[in-house]
Design a protein around this ligand. Structure first.
Ligand code: FES
Ligand code: FES
Length: 156
């Protein structure tokens, strides 16, 4: 049954009428037109749908009911861009290191790394590798992604 809810996404409150059991990913993409998070497996297995909760927790949104995140802040890939339009150091570093192949996994890579850098601005390589454990990449760009995350940590 639908209800009136407010989600806090990318620094803005959004009033919505939605079934509280709806997965967050569907609300982000279909109602808020935020297409950074991707639908991959729908089973919390691939990481394509990753968002950051409360500033420093990367979590897949494809099976997360919106009822569970009403009191959390939600950041999507779109929310990393600075208010003046400049790119987040991670976004710039992923471009500089030419990480993308098909790009489908990149939302998960970047959002996982964003949460890591919030927890630890200067992570070592093992910490970076561990931060990506939930993200599957069919194109095998992990080594370039690790270089980009290191580069971003040096830029910030
Ligand atoms: S789509 Fe959410 S983890 Fe794969
Ligand atoms: S770049 Fe294609 S899935 Fe990672």
């Amino acid at each position: 049954m639908e209800a009136d809810l407010t989600l806090h996404v990318n620094g803005q409150p959004h009033a919505l009428r939605v079934d509280p059991a709806t997965p967050l990913l569907y609300v982000l993409r279909n109602q808020l037109a935020l297409n950074g998070p991707k639908f991959g497996c729908g089973l919390q297995q691939c990481g394509a749908c990753m968002v950051v909760l409360n500033g420093n927790l990367a979590w897949p949104s494809c099976q997360l009911p919106v009822a569970e995140v009403l009191h959390m802040t939600i950041t999507t890939l779109e929310g990393l861009t600075r208010p003046d339009g400049s790119l987040h150091p991670l976004q710039q570093a992923f471009i500089d290191e030419q990480v993308p192949q098909c790009g489908y996994c990149l939302n998960g890579m970047v959002m996982s790394a964003a949460a890591l850098l919030q927890q630890d601005p200067k992570p070592n390589e093992e910490e970076i590798r561990n931060s990506l454990y939930r993200v599957l990449c069919r194109c095998s760009v992990h080594s370039r992604a690790i270089k980009a995350i290191k580069r971003a940590s040096e830029m910030s």
